[in-house]
Design a protein around this ligand. Structure first.
Ligand code: G4P
Length: 526
């Protein structure tokens, strides 16, 4: 198969959702449809058991297990689908943000009872940074949820994206009868089934068919005709290019646990979802069809066993063909790297592979050479952009409790930060070190791992900080002046970039007003 054909065959995406909306269930159903698994219940939820919510060791164990399911590849109707898993626990949201940099599109699951929830809003902001195309799946229609029109309005206003329903529910909860496929203009009636895949559906090509009244009742039939007329009147025709540009989100309704509406969405997904796209580097845009290989590392998973300090780096292939055992240019590093142990993930299994193509994700066994954001190429010196750090939400000062182990502490902190466990900021004044995270759990993880793997003892002291803002200014003199006058609040990130550590929202606003020439950014790439 030619490189172009390999690329056209691939769809790389992630499912994102607020916890409990049904991400794991939908993933499982997609794998069932793809024939990648045979029975429901095979996909382990990466959601953290409530009983272990505060037991991070248990969580890490569960995360360790989930390495195998970090990427689930499967084939459906001759399309190779790479589904990237995202952590179910909010404290690991940064992992999710980074995973989103490696996909070409996302499916967003929304619970029809709860509507758009906070985590969904945050994830959508990340999608918007790269105009990632989004498909919405409104789930749990077998429950009494909110009115579908209200839900669409909420998606539009809270997620700030235009919507276009491509399926429409008939009834809801106990009265849920099915979904009308507005894209193919077909009606599928609902037979609740958790296991059955190819349900014997009743397909209607024409909504005026009097049989419809007999099947779903005259009331439902009249309501459906009215709804469809209204939708077709209110919404312009679905324009696939608008979706591909991230301007409009097609919406599907269904019930993942009952297998309903999933097939409709998957069939439309393989038709409309983008194939691997071009990506920006600091030098130029890279087209997937270029013959030379390039890719970037977006995730690193450490081995928790201190005797085996190897880790798996997840590489997204962006162009050309990746080959096992071939030396590649490690753009940041001093020497070329060659990988003999390259794994690809098919459904629940890992297998050693010899080659991979744009859109694919491979796992590279690494002994500490790679860090998140690293680019590998077939020679060219360029770095993929669009893999930023986001401002953390919780900050704590690192206090070294064993002065004899300062070196070990420095090394441990550096390596953990390279894995993306958290972010480290070093204040210009006094060189105080501050760790920033999105969740409490990481502090326990870091403390334990520093002790266990590096023999360093630390404590974390709370700090009253609101945000880390990367700062820039067109005029270097003005920037220097700002740094001098706000010296107490200036720190450096892991790449030595200047960061302003803001204590509160209102105070940040005041500083912004007082220094209009300084730009404040909430991600490290601007
Ligand atoms: P998550 O990964 O997004 O966190 O959600 P997950 O799929 O684990 O689903 C959360 C809960 O919602 C599960 O129930 C799941 O069975 C249920 N669910 C998923 N899809 C539907 C649906 O279409 N309709 C209804 N009514 N429920 C749905 P649970 O009680 O937490 O777990 P379980 O014991 O059922 O597995």
């Amino acid at each position: 198969m030619s490189l172009t054909e390999e690329i056209k065959k691939r769809r790389t995406f992630a499912i994102i959702a607020h916890p409990d909306a049904g991400k794991t269930t939908l993933t499982e159903k997609l794998l069932l449809f793809g024939g990648a698994i045979q029975t429901a219940g095979a996909v382990k939820s990466n959601k953290i058991d409530t009983a272990t919510k505060s037991d991070w060791m248990e969580i890490e164990k569960q995360r360790g297990i989930s390495v195998a399911t970090s990427v689930m590849g499967f084939e459906y109707k001759d399309v190779k689908i790479n589904l990237l898993d995202t952590p179910g626990h909010q404290d690991f949201a940064e992992d999710t943000y980074r995973t989103l940099t490696a996909v070409d599109s996302v499916i967003m699951v929304i619970d029809c009872v709860k509507g758009v929830e906070i985590q969904t809003e945050k994830l959508m902001e990340v999608c918007r940074m790269r105009n990632t195309p989004v498909i919405c799946f409104i789930n749990k229609l077998d429950r009494e949820g909110r009115d579908p029109y209200d839900l669409l309005d909420e998606v539009e206003t809270k997620l700030n994206i235009k919507v276009r329903p491509l399926s429409w529910p008939i009834g809801m909860g106990k009265g849920f009868k099915g979904v009308y496929n507005l894209y193919e203009k077909k009606l599928n009636l609902f037979t609740p089934s958790q296991r059955k895949l190819s349900d014997d559906r009743q397909v209607f090509e024409n909504l005026d068919d009097p049989q419809l009244d007999a099947l779903i009742g005259p009331g439902n039939a009249a309501q459906l005709r009215e709804d469809v007329d209204l939708i077709e009147g209110v919404y312009p025709d679905f324009d696939v290019n608008e979706y591909l540009e991230g301007k409009i989100a097609p919406v599907f309704f269904g019930s993942a646990v009952n297998n309903f509406g999933v097939n409709e969405m998957l069939d439309t997904f393989i038709k409309i979802a983008p194939t691997p796209k071009s990506r920006d580097t600091d030098v130029r845009e890279v087209n997937p069809e270029e013959s030379k290989f390039s890719g970037f590392v977006f995730k690193i998973h450490a081995n928790m066993d201190p005797n085996h300090r190897n880790r798996i780096a997840f590489l997204r292939i962006c162009s050309g063909k990746f080959e096992r055992n071939k030396p590649y240019n490690h753009v940041r590093g001093p020497k070329p790297l060659r990988f003999s142990n390259v794994t690809q993930f098919m459904a629940q299994d890992k297998e050693i592979i010899d080659e991979a193509f744009p859109g694919d994700i491979v796992g590279l066994y690494d002994t500490g050479n790679l860090k998140i954001g690293d680019t590998l190429t077939e020679g060219e010196n360029m770095v993929f952009t669009g893999i930023p750090s986001f401002s953390p939400e919780i900050f704590r000062e690192v206090v070294n409790k064993d002065a004899m182990k300062t070196k070990q502490l420095e090394k441990g902190l550096k390596q953990l930060m390279e894995e993306g466990v958290a972010q480290l900021f070093t204040f210009e004044m006094g060189q105080r070190k501050v760790v920033g995270t999105v969740g409490q759990l990481q502090f326990e993880v870091i403390q334990f791992r520093l002790k266990n793997e590096y023999n360093a003892t630390v404590e974390f002291h709370p700090m009253n900080l609101y945000k880390a803002c990367w700062i820039s200014c067109k005029d270097k003199k003005q920037l220097d002046e700002f740094v001098r006058s706000k010296n107490r609040y200036i720190a450096r990130d892991k790449d030595d970039k200047l960061v302003f550590m803001a204590e509160s929202k209102s105070w940040l606003q005041m500083v912004q007003d007082n220094y209009p020439e300084i730009e404040f950014h909430f991600t490290s790439e601007f």
